[in-house]
Design a protein around this ligand. Structure first.
Ligand code: PBG
Length: 352
């Protein structure tokens, strides 16, 4: 029998002598008992489903590196949104693949751009579904970076700044403009994902000035320059044509800096914060959860999804069990919302 001489943290003493015997196993004896004392329970309301919307009609293009995920054209999107809503998933987040890209990513701020079209289609089909607009320029720029890039010959060229440098001021202006356009199309939440300094403040004032004070901001406050985004770049057709994103996304080695980033976004008026990726960064998520009273989101990214599928298709892991275990861990660490490509499957699994 278990013997411990020192007190346990809550004042309990495990002993085989005269005191009380503590056997945590008593509460694990059967499934009903385990369910009664379970601390973290997943529900479809925890999930946000990412959707990729592309130009064209009748398009349903499978994404090779993300089994089960599709690029859908606007006309195909409504049915998908309705299905998610019927499963109890409260929200979707949209990523656009435009017909044409340019240096400023103008499709993102065009009222007839791919995402504004998609927002209107979803709002028509499933008005109760919350539509979150991922606000970043990398899917829309011809160079694949998340904003305006310093290039000789371009409109915003700045001779003292390095070539290839992401220019904050013009990027913020375009983010504010695009956010108002997405809000006008019906977006409920704007989710800036570019890690541009000052992006939240710029978007907040852009929305307010355009009459959208009721539209919330979910900031990708802490987004790491992660290699786990690999499959997404195929999904969104958005790899940078030169360099990488580490000049604006965070170094995976840094924790203190995450608190600095979050503090700035809270001060700038973010309504919710996000940590991304999720599973490799649970320490960051748990730390921020303790510190801020805002709702916390975590993004289980494309690579997290792809690796579970890859292992499962080799017969090495049980997909459903490992996906649910990961999602439970993300919620246990402090996520109020989980952006996940498993949203549809997991909504079914947790209902079953
Ligand atoms: C755009 C954006 C990315 C992801 C979400 N928004 C790509 C990136 O920053 O490189 C990644 C999502 C995923 O991997 O699932 N800035």
């Amino acid at each position: 029998m278990l013997t411990l001489d020192s007190p346990l943290p809550h004042g309990l003493v495990a002993t085989n002598g005269t005191g009380v015997a503590v056997r945590p196993r008593r509460l694990r004896l059967n499934a009903t008992l385990r369910r009664m004392v379970r601390e973290t329970v997943l529900s479809p309301a925890d999930f946000v489903a990412p959707l990729f919307v592309r130009h064209g009609r009748g398009q349903r293009i499978p994404i090779g590196s993300m089994p089960g995920q599709l690029q859908l054209s606007v006309d195909q999107l409504a049915a998908e949104a309705k299905e998610l809503a019927n499963l109890g998933v409260p929200a979707v987040i949209l990523f656009g693949i435009p017909a044409a890209k340019d240096a400023l990513g103008s499709d993102n701020y065009s009222p007839t751009g791919i995402v504004p079209q998609a927002i209107r289609a979803i709002k028509d089909a499933a008005p109760e579904l919350i539509v979150i607009s991922d606000m970043c320029f990398c899917e829309y720029t011809d160079h694949g970076h998340c904003g305006v890039i310093n290039m000789p010959g371009e409109l915003h060229f700045h001779p003292h700044l390095p070539q290839g440098y992401l220019l904050d001021a013009p990027t913020r202006e375009l983010l504010a403009r695009a956010s108002a356009v997405h809000a006008a199309a019906g977006a409920d939440i704007i989710a800036p994902s570019g890690m541009i300094d000052g992006m939240v403040a710029a978007i907040r004032s852009g929305l307010d000035d355009a009459g959208f004070e009721h539209v919330a901001i979910m900031s990708y406050a802490v987004k790491y320059a992660s290699s786990f985004y690999g499959p997404f770049r195929e999904a969104a057709e958005s790899p940078p044509t030169f360099g990488d994103r580490s000049q604006y996304q965070m170094d995976p080695a840094n924790r203190r800096e995450a608190f600095k980033e979050a503090a700035l976004d809270v001060a700038e008026g973010a309504d919710m914060l996000m940590v991304k990726p999720a599973l490799p960064y649970l320490d960051i998520l748990a730390g921020l959860r303790e510190l801020y009273p805002l709702p916390m989101a975590a993004y289980q990214v494309s690579g997290e999804y792809a690796m579970l599928h890859a292992a499962a298709s080799n017969g090495w892991l049980d997909l459903r069990r490992c996906a649910l275990e990961s999602l439970t861990a993300i919620k246990r660490a402090g996520a109020d919302l989980i952006l996940t490509y498993f949203a549809k499957d997991a909504a079914k699994w947790v209902q079953a």
